[in-house]
Design a protein around this ligand. Structure first.
Ligand code: BYC
Length: 341
């Protein structure tokens, strides 16, 4: 081994710093040019961490979000409604999988993210800590919760990180179907008997304000927005998207024959958008702290489902190992299941 002189060491450090600066410059230029950042590209550690935080929270929301609606699968009022609801809840599991896979491209395993969720160290959307009290809640979730999700997620299709943006394209297509099924369900109830209409109105009354909270805290209290927008992870601020959502919902509520529970909603001529009433941010903070109506129940059910699914994961791993050991096979996916039965 040859000894490195002090001069060589200084030169090496300078070269390293110059290479880092060149990589950072290339990253900034790619973001500025609206190019996609891909998994093997250099990226700042903070960009990677911020993506993992948001994508993990998003993935967790999808799988915890299965619970409130799954509560009604066995009580759906017809075979048609049951089949639709089952397909929707399955889609949500699929969305979780796309997002965990996209997060894996950043070097974090699904296992690690799930462990953090189960330990209460990562968040999921506040909206899923509210109960589904009646069948109309399934419609309100589709119309309002999926509607808010689409409003937030369509711009994420242009997120600077390629795998997240591409996952969002497919998710948004499915979400828009989900939103329509909720709308159609509420329309049927709203035009039904007086009791059905009342049930639809009650569900909208309960889900409206929590849906507005899905967009996150107001801009002046949003810790991550400025940086996430500079990196083009987010394309719009929380308040911009919230107001856009209100604009979308006002005419839809009218067409449904239902009222939004906010007497302060009115058209603002100057803005060309609607104004709306004050959101109860104390309630939002309480839900984030774990004090919402269903926080404990949701997390307990998630942990239980994970434990009960251990045998499936073990079986899949054993199956993959067996195929990996077999000469001439290139992995579990190459062979049909029956081949080893
Ligand atoms: N709930 O600086 P901010 C679905 C946290 S699932 C809980 O504005 P950011 C569906 C935030 O994490 C839809 N926490 O954050 C599924 C941060 O805390 P940390 C899920 C929230 O990231 C099944 C702090 O508050 N969609 O569609 O710039 C059935 C400060 O916030 C919430 C997504 O996840 C919240 N609502 O903006 C039906 C979309 N809001 O991390 C439907 C992707 C904020 O510092 N995510 N926090 O501890 C995003 O677009 C952004 O992460 C957010 C927040 C707009 C949500």
């Amino acid at each position: 081994m040859t000894a490195v002189t002090a001069e060589e060491a200084t030169q090496g450090a300078a070269d390293g710093a110059a290479a880092d600066a060149a990589r950072a410059e290339a990253f900034d230029a790619a973001v500025a040019a609206d190019d996609r950042i891909e998994p093997r590209d250099w990226m700042p550690d903070a960009y990677r961490a911020s993506l993992v935080r948001q994508m993990a929270q998003h993935a967790h929301s999808e799988i915890i979000g299965m619970q409130p609606e799954a509560n009604w699968i066995s009580r759906a009022p017809s075979l048609r409604r049951k089949a639709i609801l089952m397909a929707k809840v399955q889609d949500e599991a699929g969305h979780g999988l796309y997002l965990y896979s996209a997060a894996e491209t950043l070097g974090t395993s699904r296992e690690e993210l799930l462990d953090k969720l189960h330990a209460g160290r990562q968040r999921y959307s506040s909206i899923f800590n509210y109960p589904t009290l009646t069948w109309a809640d399934v419609g309100a979730i589709g119309w309002l919760v999926d509607g808010a999700a689409i409003t937030n997620q369509v711009p994420l299709c242009r997120c600077s990180y390629g795998p997240y943006a591409r996952a969002m394209v497919r998710i948004c297509k499915e979400e828009s179907f989900h939103q329509r099924q909720g709308y159609e369900l509420l329309l049927a109830l709203s035009r039904g008997t007086p009791a059905q209409h009342e049930m639809a109105q009650d569900a909208v009354n309960r889900w409206w304000w929590p849906s507005l909270m899905m967009f996150g805290p107001p801009d002046d209290a949003s810790a991550h927005s400025a940086q996430s927008m500079a990196w083009k992870i987010k394309r719009h601020s929380n308040d911009e998207l919230r107001r856009r959502f209100v604009d979308i919902c006002v005419p839809q509520a009218e067409a449904l024959g239902l009222t939004l529970p906010d007497p302060d909603i009115r058209w603002n001529e100057e803005l060309g958008q609607h104004d709306y009433g004050a959101i109860d941010w104390t309630e939002f903070q309480e839900v984030l702290k774990g004090n919402g109506p269903c926080n404990e129940e949701r997390l307990a059910q998630r942990r239980r489902a994970h434990e009960e699914g251990a045998w499936v994961r073990d079986a899949a791993a054993a199956y993959a190992d067996r195929h990996a050991e077999r000469p001439g096979t290139s992995g579990a996916a190459a062979e049909p299941v029956e081949a080893t039965a």
